[in-house]
Design a protein around this ligand. Structure first.
Ligand SMILES: [Zn+2]
Ligand SMILES: [Zn+2]
Length: 278
C-alpha cells in the first residue's frame, strides 16, 4: 500500500458510498477501482478486501463525529454481503420522502406492517401486495406502478424475495437488510416482540437460523461462517450434522410442514425431533 491515512481516495469512496446508499461487494470494488485509477494508484492493491476494509475503517474514524458510518451487512436470506452508508441523524422517513411518492411510501408502510404482523413466517404473498396497492386512494397510482415499485424496492434491498421452496420460482415479499438497518430504532420500538438479535454478531435480525433445542437465533451468514470452525450450536453447543444435503432437506421439511417462522439451525436435536415424528 503506497499511502497511509485519510486522503483523496477516501473522499471519492465516501462520496460514492453516500450517493449509492447500499452497494454489493462487486460495486464497492468498482468504486475502489475507479478511485484508484483516477489517482493513478495500483488498482490491484486498492481493490482487495483487506484494502477496502482498511479504507472504510479510516473513513469511519474521520466521520464518526457526524453520526454517520459505513457498515457491512449481509442479506438475511441469501447471506450476500453489502456495504451501506448510514446517517444516524437523518430519519429513514426523511430520506425516503425525497426518493418516493406519497402513494409509494404508503404502500411501503402497509407491506412492512403486513410482513411483521400478518404472517408468522414474516413474508407476504405478492397478491396481498397488489390488494394493499388497490386500497391506496391515490390518483395516478396504478397496480402496474405498484408492482414496479415493489420490484424497485427489492433491487434497493428495502424488500427481499422470500422463496417458499429454495428450488422453486415462487416467492413472497419480506423486508430487506436495508430496511432492517435504516429503520432499526423504529423496528425495535414498535416491533420488538418479533425482532431479535443474532447470537453471534448481536445485530438486530428478523430471518435466520434457530436452534430447536436452545432457541438461539443466528444470521444465515454468521452461522455459515461459524460452522466452518465450530461443529456445534453457538448457544447450547449441541453437535451439528455433517451431511449438507440432509441438512438442507431437513430445513425445507421443517419449513413446509410446520411453517416455523424462521429457518432452523441444523443440529443433532433437530434430527431427533424429526425422527420422533415431531
Ligand atoms: Zn449475525
Ligand atoms: Zn442450540
Amino acid at each position: 500500500m503506497e499511502k497511509k491515512g485519510y486522503g483523496v481516495l477516501h473522499k471519492i469512496v465516501l462520496q460514492g458510498m453516500k450517493s449509492g446508499g447500499l452497494l454489493d461487494f462487486h460495486r464497492v470494488k468498482t468504486l475502489f477501482w475507479r478511485a484508484s485509477n483516477a489517482l493513478s494508484l495500483d488498482e490491484e492493491q486498492w481493490t482487495s478486501m483487506l484494502a477496502i476494509e482498511r479504507v472504510f475503517k479510516e473513513i469511519n474514524e474521520k466521520i464518526k463525529l457526524y453520526d454517520v458510518a459505513i457498515m457491512s451487512a449481509s442479506c438475511e436470506l441469501t447471506g450476500e454481503k453489502f456495504f451501506m452508508f448510514l446517517d444516524m441523524m437523518e430519519t429513514p422517513a426523511m430520506r425516503m420522502e425525497t426518493l418516493f411518492s406519497k402513494a409509494e411510501l404508503e404502500l411501503f408502510r402497509k407491506i412492512m406492517t403486513a410482513v411483521l404482523r400478518k404472517y408468522e413466517h414474516f413474508a407476504v404473498p405478492v397478491m396481498d401486495c397488489k390488494d394493499m396497492a388497490r386500497e391506496i386512494n391515490a390518483r395516478d397510482f396504478s397496480i402496474e406502478m405498484a408492482e414496479a415499485f415493489v420490484q424497485k424496492m427489492i433491487g434497493l434491498h428495502y424488500f427481499a424475495k422470500y422463496y417458499l421452496d429454495p428450488k422453486g420460482p415462487e416467492y413472497e415479499i419480506t423486508i430487506g437488510i436495508r430496511t432492517i438497518r435504516e429503520f432499526e430504532p423504529i423496528l425495535r420500538e414498535v416491533y420488538d416482540d418479533v425482532m431479535t438479535n443474532c447470537h453471534l454478531c448481536k445485530m438486530t435480525m428478523l430471518h435466520g437460523h434457530q436452534c430447536p433445542k436452545c432457541s438461539v437465533f443466528v444470521h444465515k451468514a454468521c452461522h455459515e461462517k461459524y460452522i466452518k470452525t465450530w461443529k456445534t450450536c453457538p448457544g447450547c453447543k449441541t453437535g451439528m450434522v455433517k451431511r449438507v444435503a440432509k441438512q438442507m432437506r431437513l430445513k425445507t421439511q421443517h419449513h413446509q410442514v410446520h411453517r416455523i417462522p424462521r429457518l432452523l439451525l441444523r443440529c443433532q436435536s433437530c434430527i431427533q425431533y424429526q425422527k420422533n415424528g415431531g
